[in-house]
Design a protein around this ligand. Sequence first.
Ligand code: CDP
Length: 245
Amino acid sequence: MAKFVDTIKRSTMSNIIIAIDGFSSTGKSSFAKLIAARLGILYLDSGAMYRAVTLYAADHGLISPDHVVNEPALKADLDGGKVAISFVRDEATGRHEICLNGTNVEKRIRQLDISNNVSHIAVIPFVRNFVDDLLHRYGADGCVMDGRDIGTAVFPNADLKLYMTADPAIRAQRRLDEMLLKGETADFEAVYKNVLERDYIDSHRAMNPLRKADDAIELDNSHMTIDEQMVWLGKVLKERFDIDF
Ligand code: CDP
C-alpha cells in the first residue's frame, strides 16, 4: 500500500495543531505536554480554562452547593472583562501555568471541589464560547491542545486528532495517586464517583459533547506506559508526516 506523506504539513511542523480529546484522567495532559516539548510547540490545556472559570464562580458565590450556577451574574462578569485568564512560565519546569486575574491558580483548580463543579460550568454555552475564544487566540499558530471537543468543535481542521480512552477504575486510581502525591486527601470512591459523573455530563451535554471525531485515532491506554504512548505516537507521526519524532 502506498504511504501517504503530507509534505506541506511536514515542512510546517511548528504550526501543526494536534487535538487530543478524551475522558478525564486518561493522561491527555501529560501526553500533550511531552509531545509539545518534543516538537517545541505550545501546549494548551482547555480543561484548565474551564476550571479557572469554575474557580472564579466558586470564589464569587456564583455556584451553589448543589451545582446551580448564577448564570446572569457569571455572564455579566465574563462579558465585563472581570475574568482574566493568562499564563506564566514556570522557570523550573519550563511549563506554562494558568493565572486567574493575575494569581497563579494552577494547583488550586485541580482540587476536588473544583473538579466536582467544573462539568456543570462547562455545559453553559456562553462559558464554552468564552473559552473557545481564548483557545483560538492562543492556539491558532500551532499547539498541542487537550480537552473534550478540540477535534470536533474548537479546531475541526486540526492536523492530527487523537481520542484517548481508558478503563474508568484505572483512571480514578491514576487521579487518586496524583492527588495523594500532591499531599491532598481523597479516597478512591469519591474520585471514582467524580470520574463517572464527569464522563456522563461531558458526553451528554447539548453543546459540543465529548465524542470521537470521525477522523480521530483512538488510543486506549489502560495498560500502556507514557513511554509506550510516545513510541506509538512516533509511528503515527512517521506515517502521517514522515517526521522522526
Ligand atoms: O484533567 P481532566 O481530564 O480530569 O479534566 P480537565 O481536562 O481538567 O477538564 C475538566 C472539565 O472541563 C471536564 O470534565 C469537562 O467538563 C470540561 N471540559 C470541557 O467541557 N471541554 C474541554 N475542551 C475541556 C474540558
